[in-house]
Each structure stands twice: as C-alpha cells, then as structure tokens.
Design a binder for this molecule. Structure first.
Ligand code: PAN
Ligand code: ZN
Length: 214
C-alpha cells in the first residue's frame, strides 16, 4: 500500500484513515447521542426494505407512501475474514406497522457456525431468534443487558418501546456473512405484537417451513 493510500479515508463516511485501522483503536459509546463518534459505514433501512415481513399488509401499504426510516446501522469496517470481529451500533426507531413493532429484516449468518453478541445501550425491545432445527427464542433487550446469539440462530431486533430508540452494540466474526434470503422467503415463525401496554408473541400465520413454497 502506498503512503498516500494509507492516509486516505476508509470510506466517504469514515473519519478514520486506512493507516489508523491497522493499529489497535478504541471509541466511546456513552453520551447523549446514539451514533458513535467514529464509524465507517452508515446504513439506513426504510419500510420498503422489509417488504413481505410485516403481517398486516394493508397497514404496510398505507405506510409505504411515506416509506419511513425503520432502522439504521453504524459499522466499523474490518476485513471480513476469520479472526476479525465486525462490530457497530444498530438503532431501531420506535413505531408500528399495524399491531407489529418496527424491527430489523433479520438474518441467519451465511456461515451458520458463527455466533454474535448484542449489548443493549438504550431503549427496550426483544431479540427474536430461531434455528433450522425448529426451535425459537425471544430475549429481552434493555439497557445493560448482553445477549448471546448462539451459532445457527437467525436473529431480528424489535423495538417494543413506545417512544424511544432501541440502541444495541453488536459484534460477530469477520467471516460470518449474512443470509437474508431465507428469512425474506420464509419469515420468522413468531410475531411480536402490541398487546395492552406491552406485547405478546404469537405464531406467524405466514411462516413457511423449510421446503415449503408460497
Ligand atoms: C447486526 C444487524 C443489524 C441490522 O449487525 O446486521 O442489527 O439488522 P439486519 O442485518 O437484519 O438488517 C447483525 O446481526 N449482524 O450480523
Ligand atoms: Zn447477525
């Protein structure tokens, strides 16, 4: 790598140079503002990116007119290889599509044998998980709580709060990769729906078992 390249910014969004990320580094996650002071990539996902995932399709169609911002991810870029740790911040905004809360697309890791850790910094939510052996789990996200997503478990974060962002720090192996297609096609087997002042977890009537087609 030439000297000039080393001084270039990592990405247009980044305030770090290529040279600086070759060395150990740290950054702060505390403070009033959710986005980290330092990051390399900023991804925004609007409602249109979650087509087919919300169960109330009429509510989805109505909201699609304004295509609201559902969640954002700030990532620190690292080489996507075994031995590295990819990490960043996920912010799921508060809101509803029908009776369903704003949530992430959700995914399996392409390399199923890779785990992930979530650490909740702010807000309240649920991490909905399922594996290909037919098991599912829902764990609470609240400030200070750490969740361990075991290898082979798909995961989706859901903001069950009524006004606050759900902010989590995540870290996972560099070679994990993302398989979104399985969830896009089959959905999660459970839905998290508003109920009274809280939520309930119910079967997803549109969920497809492995091998089934719509
Ligand atoms: C997280 C997620 C992030 C956004 O970094 O990627 O919360 O969710 P989706 O990727 O499902 O859109 C993670 O689990 N990475 O592996
Ligand atoms: Zn993941």
């Amino acid at each position: 790598m030439k000297g000039n390249d080393m001084e270039a910014n990592l990405t247009p969004n980044s305030n770090r140079t290529i040279a600086s990320v070759m060395r150990p580094f740290g950054f702060d996650l505390t403070g009033p503002c959710a986005p980290p002071v330092t990051f390399d990539d900023h991804i925004e996902r609007r409602l249109s990116a979650l087509r087919g995932q919300f169960s109330d399709q009429e509510a989805y169609a109505r909201l699609l007119v304004s295509d609201p911002l559902i969640y954002e991810v700030y990532e620190m870029r690292r080489p996507e290889v075994a031995g590295e740790l990819l990490h960043g911040i996920s912010i799921v905004h508060p809101g509803m599509v029908g009776e369903e809360f704003y949530m992430t697309k959700g995914h399996f890791h392409s390399v199923r044998a890779t785990a992930e850790i979530y650490y909740c910094l702010r807000g309240h939510g649920t991490l909905l998980m399922e594996n290909e052996a037919g098991d599912w789990a829902a764990e609470t996200l609240s400030p200070g709580r750490v969740l361990y997503v075991s290898p082979g478990w798909a995961h989706r974060s859901i903001n069950t709060g009524d006004a606050e962002d759900l902010v989590t720090f995540f870290v996972y192996p560099g070679h994990a990769g993302h398989d979104y297609a399985t969830i896009e096609e089959h959905g999660f087997r459970k839905l998290v729906l508003a109920s009274g002042r809280g939520f309930e977890i119910v079967d997803n009537p549109r969920w497809l078992a492995a091998g089934e087609e719509r």
